[in-house]
Design a protein around this ligand. Structure first.
Ligand SMILES: NC(=O)c1ccc[n+]([C@@H]2O[C@H](COP(=O)([O-])OP(=O)(O)OC[C@H]3O[C@@H](n4cnc5c(N)ncnc54)[C@H](O)[C@@H]3O)[C@@H](O)[C@H]2O)c1
Length: 358
């Protein structure tokens, strides 16, 4: 079964088997050249399946970059642009980003800036990118340890989501992506929440394709609704940053250590701590079911409180900030309803203490 979404009527997000959809779409586009971008892992685990499913020739040019967030920077872009130059990519070419959020964000950014923009297609291979990163046209790279600081908004020509790629995804990455599914459930999909609230790590790693299709369909629908309403993050799209103010700061901090957090692990801590600030101000408790699900899926990690000044400094660079105030966005009282909080450093510290004591 194939489901197609059209964020802002601008481009198709096609959920289903690649072999049923991709080659028809490509035939209509007729690009002058195709360049495939992979990282070392997606080249090893996803490329041959992608070529087989799409019927693209085995000698399709491939650019491979090292895997991981630590390579999401301008030097890697330079090497991608060098390969584009070598391949003589003209403005009618198509770049296919086969990978997770890092490949999609960075490959999209390189394509969007190459000769003032060539078309690109997102073929997400992680749960996180299937449900979130590949959709919505936010592209970019990290700069001096601050995440996604340099970038543009540019929609892809299409997004093809085929959960078959999850079969090779390491379990820790699968859980990481699940954080964004939880986020979508909490901000705007009560039915999805009911579906996942009792999930266990074992269920997650043994999920049949049908369940993935169902879960992805509900989760993608939330992202599509939001980016359609607010493509350039002037309002409700900021709600997708739930968990990301504290989460990004923790992710950036631990990226420099021997024990980094995955994006989703950091965002899960971010959702709990940011919700704690909101609930604390209302003299309420963070719902127990939220805490139980996050602790079941993500290993608890003690956060040393002496890093608070460091992460507070990173939070001061957050893109949502206004007039020098750190801002974070948490779900409001209704579906797709947002509350903007301006926390103090002490509240952030206390929220981490709350998390440490869980
Ligand atoms: N643009 C957006 O709207 C948006 C939204 C959320 C997150 N993001 C960005 O997404 C990034 C995180 O994405 P991610 O979690 O996908 O990280 P990632 O791209 O680094 O992928 C995680 C790891 O999984 C490997 N991998 C990917 N697919 C695989 C597969 N099918 N089989 C085996 N290994 C595979 C990768 O090589 C990598 O080692 C962050 O940089 C974040 O800022 C962007």
């Amino acid at each position: 079964m194939t489901t197609t979404f059209y964020p802002g009527d601008a481009y198709p997000v096609v959920l289903g088997r690649l072999q049923d959809t991709f080659s028809d779409w490509l035939q209509q586009r007729r690009p002058s050249k195709i360049l495939l971008l992979c990282d070392a892992n997606t080249r090893r685990d996803c490329l041959s399946g992608f070529l087989a499913a799409t019927g693209l020739p085995a000698n399709t040019p491939v650019v491979e970059i090292p895997a991981g967030e630590t390579y999401k920077h301008i030097q890697t872009c330079t090497s991608i642009w060098e390969q584009m130059l070598k391949a003589q990519l003209d403005r009618h070419a198509l770049v296919i980003n086969l990978g997770g959020g890092v490949i999609g964000d960075m490959g999209g950014f390189c394509a969007a800036t190459w000769k003032r923009g060539v078309d690109f297609v997102q073929v997400p291979t992680t749960l996180l990118s299937m449900t979130d990163a590949a959709i919505g046209g936010k592209l970019g790279i990290d700069f001096q340890k601050v995440k996604n600081t340099i970038g543009v908004f540019q929609n892809p020509a299409a997004v093809f989501v085929d959960p078959v790629f999850l079969n090779t995804l390491p379990e820790r990455e699968l859980r990481s992506g699940f954080a964004e599914v939880i986020k979508h459930a909490l901000i705007g999909a009560p039915e999805l929440w009911e579906m996942i609230r009792d999930f266990t790590p074992e269920q997650l790693s043994a999920c049949p394709q049908e369940t993935w299709l169902n879960m992805l369909s509900q989760s993608i629908a939330v992202k599509v609704r939001i980016v359609t309403e607010d493509p350039h993050e002037k309002g409700i799209r900021m709600l997708l940053n739930y968990g990301h103010t504290i989460g990004h700061a923790l992710e950036s901090y631990f990226l420099e250590t021997e024990n980094p957090l995955t994006h989703g692990e950091a965002i899960a801590i971010g959702m709990l701590t940011e919700s704690w600030v909101q609930h604390q101000r209302r003299a309420e408790q963070v719902p127990d079911a939220w805490i139980r699900l996050m602790l079941r899926i993500f290993p608890h990690r003690n956060i040393p409180l002496d890093i608070v000044p460091d992460i507070w400094q990173t939070m001061q660079q957050d893109k949502k900030n206004k007039a020098g105030k750190v801002r974070m966005t948490v779900p409001g009282n209704m579906e797709l309803d947002m509350e903007v909080l301006e926390p103090s450093q002490e509240e952030v510290r206390d929220s981490l203490l709350f998390y440490n004591n869980l």
